[in-house]
Design a protein around this ligand. Structure first.
Ligand SMILES: Cc1cc2nc3c(=O)[nH]c(=O)nc-3n(C[C@H](O)[C@H](O)[C@H](O)COP(=O)(O)O)c2cc1C
Length: 264
């Protein structure tokens, strides 16, 4: 694939993967692509754990599903992420970021109007919506042939210091390399983020992966080959919407937004 085509096609896969294992060669290509990323003083502060052990994947899946149910039941998800939801096409068209509320999982659609209110929360709980979403999440993770944990060397990752910032920056570049490479290999990738939202569940993942004291666990992803026809999953928080140039690029100083190309 042409490089710019890969950039355009890269996306978050929120649906199921094929059950086929990720070949050893592709696993190697992914982590070698990661290592080509830039890092401060070539420190290469990233570490990766490739998880293809079925039992471990099932365990992470259970923790992820449970976390999703709890975040939805307790309303934490909505409180934490409300600013990212857009409520009309007009707002979406103006801001061109975030997630259009219409994109929400079908089980949530009936509650669209009250989703951020206490009443809406109570109704959703009564209808068992959090459990449905949790189970869907568990199945998606369990059905993934490969998980990838991303860690940082704590000698470099020192939050609050420049080195901490640099190592996160480098890690982002490494993860983007992996993300782009999945596109080239016919694979998909998605954050398994719910466990990190609940401290004790994140601790369970640490124990499962036997993370040593000198490493910081930063993220877990699920990966696999994508089927030809990708149906929209119940949980799809991703959005292809992008800001106009004038909303994020400036010319010579922050006072002059870049002009948008004509017709955009
Ligand atoms: C730091 C970070 C955290 C993210 N967290 C999640 C997540 O928890 N679940 C998920 O499905 N996608 C997650 N995403 C993916 C974004 O939702 C996605 O990139 C965005 O909606 C644009 O969609 P696209 O990647 O398909 O272009 C995350 C992306 C980043 C960079």
């Amino acid at each position: 694939m042409e490089f710019l085509e890969v950039l355009k096609r890269r996306r978050t896969t929120n649906g199921p993967f094929l059950p086929d294992p990720v070949s050893a060669e592709h696993q190697r290509v992914l982590v070698e692509a990661a290592a080509m990323a830039p890092s401060h003083f070539n420190s290469q502060p990233w570490r990766f754990v490739l998880v293809d052990d079925r039992e471990k994947i099932e365990e992470v899946a259970s923790i992820s599903g449970e976390s999703m149910t709890r975040l939805m039941e307790e309303g934490t998800f909505w409180k934490r992420y409300r600013p990212y939801f857009r409520f009309s096409e007009k707002e979406m068209e103006e801001r061109r970021d975030g997630i259009f509320i219409d994109q929400m999982p079908s089980v949530l659609k009936p509650f669209r109007k009250q989703i951020f209110s206490n009443t809406g929360q109570a109704v959703m709980n009564r209808f068992g919506v959090p459990k449905t979403l949790g189970e869907d999440n568990r199945k998606l993770v369990a059905g993934s042939p490969l998980l990838l944990a991303v860690l940082l060397d704590k000698a470099e990752y020192r939050p609050g210091e420049l080195s901490g910032f640099y190592s996160v920056f480098g890690m982002g570049a490494a993860v983007e390399n992996i993300w782009l490479t999945t596109t080239e290999l016919g694979m998909g990738i998605q954050f398994v983020s719910t466990p990190m939202e609940i401290l004790e569940n994140w601790d369970r993942i640490h124990r499962l992966l036997e993370v040593p004291d000198d490493l910081e666990l930063m993220a877990v992803y699920r990966l696999g080959y994508v089927p030809e026809d990708q149906r929209r999953p119940t949980i799809d928080w991703s959005s292809r919407q992008r800001k106009r140039l004038s909303q994020y690029v400036f010319r010579n100083s922050c006072a002059t937004p870049e002009q948008d190309p004509e017709g955009r």
